[in-house]
Design a binder for this molecule. Sequence first.
Ligand SMILES: Nc1ncnc2c1ncn2[C@@H]1O[C@H](COP(=O)(O)OP(=O)(O)O)[C@@H](O)[C@H]1O
Ligand SMILES: [Mg+2]
Length: 575
Amino acid sequence: MAADGPDVQLAVKSGSHERDAAPDRRDPLQPTDRVLGRVVACSGARATISATLESGGASPDAWAIGKMISINLGATRVVGLVYEMRAVKPVWEDNSENAVHVEVELLGEVVEGARDKAIFRNGISIYPPIGAAAHRIRAGDLAVIHDLGARAGVAIGALTQDSSIPATISIDAMLSRHFALVGTTGVGKSSAVALLLRKAIQARPKLRVLVLDPHNEYAHAFPDAALTIDAAGLDLPFWMFQFEEFSDVVFRGRPALDDENDILREVIAMARGRYRMPANQDISRDLNATVLKRPLDPGAPRRGADGAPIPADLPAPYRIVDALAAIDELVGLHEARFPRASLRSLKVRIEGLYADPRYQFMFARANMIESMAPVVGHIFRIPQYGRPITVFQLAGLPSEVVNAVASVLARIAFNLAMGSQGGYEILLLCEEAHRYVPSDHALGFAPTRQAIARIAKEGRKYGAYLGVVTQRPGELDPTILSQCSTIFAMRLANDRDQQIIRAAIADASASTINFLSSIGNREAIAFGEGVATAMRMRFATLPPAELPAMAGSTPEGGPRREPGLEELVSRLRGS
Ligand SMILES: Nc1ncnc2c1ncn2[C@@H]1O[C@H](COP(=O)(O)OP(=O)(O)O)[C@@H](O)[C@H]1O
Ligand SMILES: [Mg+2]
């Protein structure tokens, strides 16, 4: 079925002898002949409805795969979702009525509550008897099914079945229990993210968002609400990297040999021991205290007052010249503790990095910055200055350090939320999340995985939230996906990916997921904590100025913008 095409629609006409099974308070202007068919079979979770179809012509009562219908039982209205239809005889009579069987999954029931207010319940208290009439569902019932009740609902689009009914989600539930957005390339994931982030910062003015943007596309979406950090404007001093992260950079993604790591650890510890804080310390000492107060590893020893070597894992500054000098000293030792060849090769590596223009974000100004505070404050918008979102463009960075940088950022995000005891609420949004937390543990980078997993598992208590976006849910670590309590599933072509999502839905209807391969662009099936009931919806249209766009192109595919010299150079550096 064409993704954007209209749903397959069949005209349904009920037999003229039929009457509604129960009195029905409907709009008197609506046609009274609304019985679509009759229940002819019912199992616990499913029912078959028999109907007759006229050949040709759609009627206003058309129903279609993916739509909800209602089976009116008087006290309750059972809600069914159409997932299969077939003609009873495997032939089609052109000039007469044809009998069809429509398979529906029973989702729940609408009951009239107090003061005429209808409510929807999952599960069925009264099963439809054989012969019960199936109707087109009322707009009011559809609204009730997706109503969030006391939880404030924020509209993000409209229901596919009835575009007059807003699709609402609970931003609080979506954030605090993490969320995922999955779908094939081009279905509208990034645009949906832009929409969700806008809604999130409106609903939670205290929220800060860090977008890991591997395609440099989000700056375009938030000209007013985001600060964009690109490779040229980034300062992420090397001394803020944890040992494993720094080692990953130094050895450029290849696993370091034991020897090499031992040397690097020793050298960094020696350099840290030699570092003297200048007298006029950084002004934002408070923040520094918040972040540093809790060491990354709670058991890690702190800086000794006697200037003893500081563990390589504490993000205290040191100087590269001191590290290089330390290597020289180790080389010069009478009784060599490490192979001299390894020492020299490490020195060459560090010197190479230090001189490499692509690594200037780690080294150029690293020793003009005396504490983490200005760096953290800049990246995490403290203070916000009216721009709660940081778009962190990864595309300009050398590809071999992207993982280490993502690790540093995810780790700081968690520590900042934890250190501030929820004072700073942070949402880390990972585009192409399967790159950082791949299902195959042999791929990816362990510290990045740890840092992201930590947010997923413990972030909630401290106000650190995770949003993951991927076109390959099958390649995303299932433990991360299982921590995402709200999922927006957009079109997925791949069977395995569909299966993953099917498995992730505990409560919602399994049939809904069967549509994943055929739903249209910008459509999603949203389920989990953030919604009242699994809903098939279409994201609202974003104005061009709020759409993400690939750097250098306009969202409408219009004329390409000429990149500035700076941008061009940074792209060359990145490649
Ligand atoms: N909500 C939307 N409003 C307006 N246009 C959209 C919307 N969603 C998608 N589009 C259009 O579809 C294109 C592809 O969407 P995009 O979000 O980049 O998809 P994905 O991230 O899944 O590859 C966008 O450039 C935009 O033109
Ligand atoms: Mg995208």
